[in-house]
Design a protein around this ligand. Sequence first.
Ligand code: GLU
Length: 583
Amino acid sequence: MCAMEVSALDRITSFITVAIVSAVPLLHPTVIDAAPDPANGAVASIDANATAIGTEVLRNGGNAVDAAVATAAALGVTDPFSSGIGGGGFFVYYDADTNKVHTLDGRETAPGTADHTLFLENGAPIPFTEAVSSGLGVGTPGTPMTWHYALEKWGTHSLSEALAPAEKLARKGFTVDSTFAGQIENNAERFSRFPATAKLYLPGGKAPAQGSNFKNPDLARTYHDLRRYGITSLYRGDIGRDIVKTVNHPQSTTPVRPGLLTEDDLGEYEVIERAPVNSSYRGLDIYGMAPPSSGTTTVGEALNIIETFPPGSAVDQFHRYLEASRLAFADRNRWVGDPEFVEVPTDRLLSQEFANTRACLIKDNATLQSPVAPGDSDEDCDNTGTPAPTNYEGKDTTHLTVADKWGNVVSYTLTIEQEGGSGMVVPGRGFILNNELTDFSFAPANANTPDPNLPGPSKRPRSSMAPLIVFKDGQVWLAIGSPGGATIITTVLQIMIGRVDQGLSLTDAIAAPRASQRNAAKTDAEPAFMSGPLRAELESRGQVFTQVPEIGAATGVEKTADGNWIAAAEPTRRGGGSAVVVP
Ligand code: GLU
């Protein structure tokens, strides 16, 4: 086939794919696509129904913010164990008109009465698993206000318009796939303890069958109320009262720790528009979320460290990626928390001078012994501080990426913390409450080292979410992000390295086998990495790997030189994502 024929075939495939995805919910959709002509935009998410709703918004003239909110609301229906109005997130937006990046911090907050003892009992941390499925771990949700804020400020649709397709989806239902059913099965034991959760997600005592239609009429009604009465119905109304009741008086068949949330906590909640954090890598400009997310500072620091090395072999590159992650995580754990409570040295963490003091610790023929210490002086190659461990974070957030025909871009990561959040559905409301407060350190790792991430009144727990927008020569080039708790940082880093240093396409950079080093003795690695070509040589340099089933579930969009969009999602992780370019 000559080049002309291939390109004609691509055009047809592109059209057909887009048409099918918008019309029919597919079971395992994986669409990775580029439009033939300057495109009307692109949407990439983990779910075909959600992506179809986002593309429909774009096709009907909505902008990237309208489409992002509509897609996120749909994910609240079809990906409810990762996100929804019971959670929070970080929204990064590039406004093509003003050529500016804006970021919204919609992170959940601790109750106003919380202090550093929130997760202590008789001076000792309570068991993590008890905090996970409890009222105590629930923070004030930030997602509904993030949607409202983003639409008011940059959208062209009202909240009512943006939530309409998701309300319909919740009412009419969607086809259960193996990911949805599997996530319920993973949580069946704890879901069964909360009658409202069991009623919704364990009908007849088990997960709905794959291929069956799943409806959530309670969530449809809740979306309807939000559309009709606005977000005050949640932050100062009946939905909020139900949230507070569920948190403080959990209905469970076994004892569950209640929380401390009040109606005032909800009433006083604010989305914070923060100045974006900016760093550079090999001439690219990277914009992302400021603390309390540690995502951009940690990705940026690691890239600055890697940039000090000349390009090497594939093994050299991977070794340095692992070592840079190790060091950047040590600094993240020591320095990053909610900036309203601790002084976060963001500029220093992202300065090349600081990266240089860390990079000189890396040897190409040996591996640093974790936990490595944070860099806490300006001395070259200082490694004398006290390390803090990387705490466990859930792995089941969701990331969506949208671009529109005007060049606006949204990179949005949202979460309810771990898979299934707190496990508690608000009775009669159809959504799960987060357990985001478990992202706080329950107690300082070391008595003599301050921990920036202890709970506090109305404090936001440190996050790893790293929704990024990357610019080349002053123009938007890439937008990427991923779920995965602390592995978000390494996933985004690895995609950047794959795309920029290895010259992989965005699609291939997302699909590549992953390994994640977070200042631990062992590096988590996917099966494909374990059986891949780099492992043995990395082990000979001292790297130690341990196999995990899967790391991250990324999505992204990329602008091509001719002004087109490429949208990319996972081919297989999390059952495969859905990426569509609107022709
Ligand atoms: N709670 C985590 C964070 O904010 C995200 C959890 C996840 O990705 O599943 O970093």
